[in-house]
Design a binder for this molecule. Structure first.
Ligand code: DGT
Ligand code: CA
Ligand code: CA
Ligand code: ZN
Length: 578
């Protein structure tokens, strides 16, 4: 068995357990294991042979035994047994937007529907509308979702999966003698939220040695194509990687061409043509004949076109070329400018570290302030806090704040549920005791647009609510979040001074790039938070920064760049001005 197959089985098991209605912890254990193996970058058979399965994050003795069984026998008895109870074809149905495990279970039990084809037929025959909780409207929605699914079958992975893999491959390619430069290109360099394939670019005089090493990397499953300057491979996890190698004096045009986007490139080529050149990855070539103009840097490429340098994050043909020509590109936010993280969890709810350990980890990363924001009680699966426990926690936060002295401010917050009916978990007088209040949607994300928009806007209008956490609740790569009327949300946030979060976890990146841009244009303030549940997740902020950059955000737009006293003042004024 290959990595990919083990990942698929674990993911299927997690989905089947979810459909069966098992404990969340058990389901998450399988998901986490699948995630770790997907990110492994080594042949799991070799790791097994070394006796090191339990070194993989999230793999304990039990899961290691299951992996061993799969690698040895090519099967997993537990899976086969589970499959007799929950047909694996039901898992496919979860990919339909708007279908959760409970609904799939209901449709299966009541209508004996087992496949997407049968589901389509049932919907067309109008059999779904009579199920409790469904109706003609949701039936039509499901049909549309099934069609959408069959249209874009091409799998993309989230940025957080592709990024570490690409970094590892780059590090190895950089070691090949003769390699002068190595970088990622494509959607990964532009830091799009999902990635179709990884593009790697190398500057070296002789491509052969680089491509040989590339094809022999440990996480390469097969070579899909090879030419004089390029090699395409498929990784163990199924992801494609394209490598291109040119001499260093062509590095600028190479990197520029394969960073894209395609739409950005098309515009650049038009500009080049107007100036009398054709442009490709090799060089500018005068249309009138004559020798090529080589660009060793991307700056030189843009200069040749009469443009200031354009950050890869902006290269989507969303007005960046016009802004570069006019000299009006924004001064994009950088990770170094963030001095606070306003959203994180501890063992008080579903985090893994104490308040003290979390705050120390943040301090060691150079942060000047953190807000401890554990879940509130209606999120039962995350062990959310009651009012009493919230107040007990406040005392511990104050103690930790004193203990760590002036190195870092530790503030008390909450990530409070916005319940399905729009009400909030804590009353105003309790919220008034808390330094920073995040309000988030985690449940009933499938509500109709108007209803869920009103639900969120209601929370935004509460003067004690400071930040809306991961506003849409989407999960990458392919779970869309709430169907929000973003204009209405942004209008309410602008009016009340509420802050919207850019959740930096690469499974979320929520707000997403285009909504960040809308927020920036309307003057809505944004917070880049990691939502860390472990110490190492504090390092995820750069994904949020990239998303902010893709939304043209600058330091003034991002409250995490503000001195903490200014931030506290800002949220206090919010209550007073009400
Ligand atoms: P992806 O892989 O779907 O996430 O998106 P990209 O942008 O990485 O697309 P990919 O991998 O097909 O190509 C990488 C870059 O190469 C792309 O951003 C621009 C450039 N490129 C690829 N094909 C063409 C093309 O036909 N024309 C132009 N002008 N550029 C291309
Ligand atoms: Ca790509
Ligand atoms: Ca590609
Ligand atoms: Zn959270």
């Amino acid at each position: 068995m290959k990595n990919r197959e083990v990942v698929d089985i674990f993911n299927n098991v997690a989905d089947m357990l979810a459909i069966r209605g098992d404990q969340i912890h058990r389901i998450l254990a399988y998901r986490k294991a699948a995630e770790s193996i997907e990110a492994l970058g080594r042949d799991i058979n070799i790791v097994y042979a070394e006796g090191k399965l339990t070194d993989i994050p999230g793999i304990g003795e039990t899961l290691a035994a299951k992996i061993e069984e799969m690698l040895k026998t090519g099967r997993l008895e537990f899976y086969d047994k589970l499959a007799r109870e929950i047909p694996p074809s039901l898992v496919e149905m979860l990919r339909v937007e708007g279908l959760g495990p409970k609904r799939v279970k209901q449709i299966h039990e009541v209508l004996k529907v087992e496949t997407i084809e049968q589901l389509t037929a049932a919907a067309r025959e109008g059999k779904l509308r009579d199920l409790p909780g469904l109706g003609a409207k949701s039936e039509a929605k499901l049909l549309a979702a099934i069609e959408a699914l069959s249209r874009h079958g091409d799998a993309r992975v989230s940025l957080g999966v592709a990024w570490p893999i690409a970094r590892q491959m780059l590090a190895e390619l950089s070691e090949v003698p003769g390699v002068v430069r190595a970088a990622v290109g494509g959607s990964l360099r532009r830091m799009r939220d999902t990635i179709g394939d990884i593009d790697l670019l190398v500057a070296a005089d002789s491509p052969e040695a680089v491509m040989d090493r590339f094809a022999a990397l440990e996480n390469v499953e097969s070579v899909a194509g090879r030419g004089p300057t390029k090699t395409n491979v498929i990784l163990l996890n199924g992801l494609g990687v394209d490598l291109r190698v040119l001499p260093v004096e062509r590095w600028g045009t190479l990197l520029n061409y394969f960073t894209g986007s395609k739409a950005h490139n098309v515009k650049l080529r038009e500009l080049a043509l107007k100036r009398g050149y054709s442009l490709n990855e090799h060089a500018f070539t005068p249309l009138a004949g004559g020798s090529e103009i080589l660009c060793a840097t991307e700056e030189a490429v843009y200069e040749q076109l009469g443009l200031t340098y354009i950050s890869p994050r902006l290269r989507e043909d969303h007005g960046e070329i016009e802004a570069a020509a006019a000299g009006t590109l924004p001064n994009l936010i950088t990770t170094e400018e963030l001095i606070s993280d306003l959203h994180m969890h501890t063992t008080w709810s579903d985090g893994t570290l104490s308040i003290l350990d979390m705050a120390r980890a943040a301090r060691d990363r150079g942060l000047k302030a953190v807000v401890i924001t554990d879940h509130s009680y209606s999120l039962g699966i995350a062990n959310g806090l009651s009012i009493e426990r919230l107040r007990e926690q406040a005392a511990e936060v104050r103690a930790v704040d004193r203990e760590l002295g002036s190195d870092i401010r530790v503030l008390h917050g909450t990530e409070m549920e916005i319940r399905a009916d729009g009400s909030l978990d804590f009353p105003d007088e309790v919220l008034a005791e808390v330094d920073i209040v995040i309000a988030s949607l985690h449940t009933a994300l499938g509500q109709p647009k108007e209803q869920i928009t009103q639900r969120l806007v209601g929370a935004i209008r509460n003067p004690h609510v400071d930040i809306i956490g991961h506003p849409t609740g989407r999960l990458l790569p392919d779970r869309a979040g709430a169907d929000l009327d973003m204009d209405a949300v942004l209008a309410a946030a602008a009016e009340t001074g509420s802050i919207l979060e850019i959740n930096a976890n690469p499974a979320r990146l929520d707000l997403r790039d285009i909504h960040v841009r809308m927020a920036v244009e309307r003057g809505v303030k944004l917070a880049i938070n990691t939502d860390a549940h472990r110490a190492d997740e504090l390092s995820l902020s750069h994904y949020g920064v990239a998303t902010a950059q893709r939304g043209w955000a600058t330091a003034v737009d991002i409250v995490n760049t503000w001195p903490v006293e200014d931030l506290i003042q800002y949220v206090q004024n919010k209550v007073k001005s009400d």
